[in-house]
Design a protein around this ligand. Structure first.
Ligand code: F3S
Length: 286
């Protein structure tokens, strides 16, 4: 059995989830017992969010809910938030516990600095994603978000304007390169900062390596998790017997008994305890 080292939570998500649990512990021994909120679900994993809910942590769905608060602790998830949301938290006298991933925070710093120098910020990413919304929120002038070739071809920026390009941390690297090529081909100049996080790529490369050796490859993750689906796709190409499971319950039905090497990987929002359960089951069975 071979478990991918990069399976499961990336560094930033792990840190954010741990931050919330730490806050719960702190409030248990504090006199004030302040309510704890997360700005948006801390992670796209129902079990974790439910467990936190049972421990009293409430999810704030957007700005209005935040504005309605009187007191409490607001934990910022790894995606980060814009300056405006920070301001509201401060004005309301709430305690902000910032678990923005340092790799995302670095992008905030870049766009804040570069836009203050008069550069047009161009974000390569999904405009509706909270991380991109947060990045936009640190620009001193309106940023442009580009996701497709077509949008890049039709970019409406004056040719002489200096541009600073950054990327959503989870954007596909090849696509990012293609979009930057279009920008250059069309005669734009400026700085390009590749801010893609390598956690996703590392996980995919490792999954591919393990799947190429394995007889059965197990991919653990949420049914709606796009990064887990991507892992499944990659592994299926290398290993015909690749199964996509959400938890151990799905696996028991599917795993054939006559295998030599079982590989395991997991999407970014799969908690360790689920990975461990699958791992020990596989270890006992084979
Ligand atoms: Fe995770 Fe931070 Fe990278 S949240 S995917 S380590 S940018």
């Amino acid at each position: 059995m071979k478990l991918a080292k990069s399976a499961g939570f990336c560094f930033g998500v792990k840190r954010a989830v741990e931050t919330v649990y730490e806050q719960i512990e702190k409030q248990k021994i504090s006199d004030k017992k302040l309510p704890i909120y997360t700005y948006g679900p801390i992670i796209h994993n129902e079990q974790v969010v439910k467990d936190l809910e049972e421990k009293g942590v409430q999810v704030l769905n957007g700005r209005e809910e935040l504005e309605g608060l009187e007191e409490g602790i607001v934990v910022i998830r790894s995606h980060g938030i814009g300056r405006e949301i920070c301001r509201i938290i401060e004005e309301k006298g709430l305690i902000c516990v910032d678990a923005t991933c340092p790799f995302v925070k670095r992008i905030h710093n870049i766009v804040e600095r570069e836009s203050a120098l008069g550069k047009q910020i161009l974000i390569i990413g999904n405009p509706g994603h909270p991380e991109v919304e947060g990045i936009r929120g640190w620009c001193n002038s309106p940023a442009i978000t580009v996701e497709s070739e077509e949008e890049m071809e039709n970019l409406e920026v004056e040719k002489g304007q200096d541009i600073c390009v950054v990327s959503q941390t989870t954007f596909n690297y090849n696509k990012f390169q293609e979009l930057v090529e279009i920008l250059k081909k069309n005669g734009y100049n400026g700085s390009v900062v590749n801010t893609i996080c390598n956690a996703t790529e590392e996980r995919q490369t490792e999954a591919k390596e393990i799947a190429s050796e394995a007889d059965v490859m197990i991919v653990i993750g949420g049914a709606h998790s796009s990064n887990t689906r991507k892992l499944y796709e990659i592994c299926s190409k290398e290993c015909a017997q690749t199964c996509f499971i959400q938890s151990l319950a799905d696996l028991e039905l599917e795993l054939p008994k006559s295998v030599r090497l079982v590989g395991i990987t997991a999407g970014a929002s799969t908690p360790n305890n689920i990975i461990r359960e699958v791992q020990s089951y596989v270890r006992n069975e084979f």
